[in-house]
Write a protein that binds this ligand. Sequence first.
Ligand code: HEM
Ligand code: HEM
Length: 183
Amino acid sequence: MMDQANRLSKLTISLHWIIAILIVGLCAVGLYMTRAEAWALYPLHKSLGVLVLIIAIVRIIWRIWNGWPAAAANYTKLEQVTAKVIKWALILGTIALPFSGMLFSGASGHGFGIFGLVLVPAQHMPGNPAEVLAYSEFWASTGETMHHVSAYILIAAILLHMAGALKHHIIDKDATLKRMLGK
Ligand code: HEM
Ligand code: HEM
C-alpha cells in the first residue's frame, strides 16, 4: 500500500524507525568508542553501519517509487522548505556515513565486514602483525574527515528533525508524529 495523507504505509513506518534506531545508536557508539578507545566496539559499529547502508538503499528506492508523504496539516512555506532540507540532509547522511566509514576503514588497512563476513580484509604489517599498513593514506584520511564532518552535520539534522516532530505534536497538536507512529 502506498502512503496517504492520513495514513502512512507499514513499509514507510518500519523503515523509518529501524533506520532511526540504528542511526541514533551508531552515533552514540561512534562518539563513545572513539573517546573511550573501546576497540571491542569497532566491529559492531562497522557491521551495523554497513547494514544501515543496505536498508537505506531499499528506503530510497521506496521513496522514489512512492514519492514523499503529503504534509499531515497545513504547514507554512518556511516549515515545508526547512522540513524538506532536513529530510534530504538525513537521507544523504544515511548514505554518506556508511560510505565514508567504509572508505576510511578499508583504505587505512583496518578492514571491515558485516558480522564476521569480511568485505575488505585488514592488511597487517609484515613482521609486526599488531600494526596495520594502509592501502592508501590519502583515501584513509579523506574518508576519516568525511566521516567526522558528515557525522556532525547528521547529528545537527537529527536534533532539528526531532525538535520539528515535537513542535508539531505539542504546539501545533497535528497528526505529524502520530502518523509516523502508525496511529
Ligand atoms: C549510518 C552509519 C554510521 C554512523 C551514523 C556513524 C557514526 C559515527 C560517529 C558519530 C563516529 C564518531 C566520530 C567522532 O568522534 O568524531 C564514528 C566513528 C567511526 N566510524 Fe562510524 N558511523 C557509521 C557507519 C560506519 C561504517 C560503515 C564504518 C566502517 C565500515 C564506520 C567506521 C568508523 C570508524 C573506524 C570510526 C572511528 C573514527 C576515528 O577513530 O577517527 N562507521 N562513526
Ligand atoms: C529519533 C527521533 C525521531 C523522531 C521523533 C522522528 C519523527 C518523524 C516524523 C514525525 C516524521 C514525519 C514527518 C512528516 O510527516 O512530514 C519523520 C519523517 C522522516 N524522518 Fe524521522 N524521526 C526521528 C529520527 C529520524 C532519523 C534518525 C532519521 C535519519 C535517517 C529520520 C529520517 C526521516 C525521513 C527521511 C523522513 C521523511 C519520511 C520518510 O522518508 O520516511 N528520522 N520523522
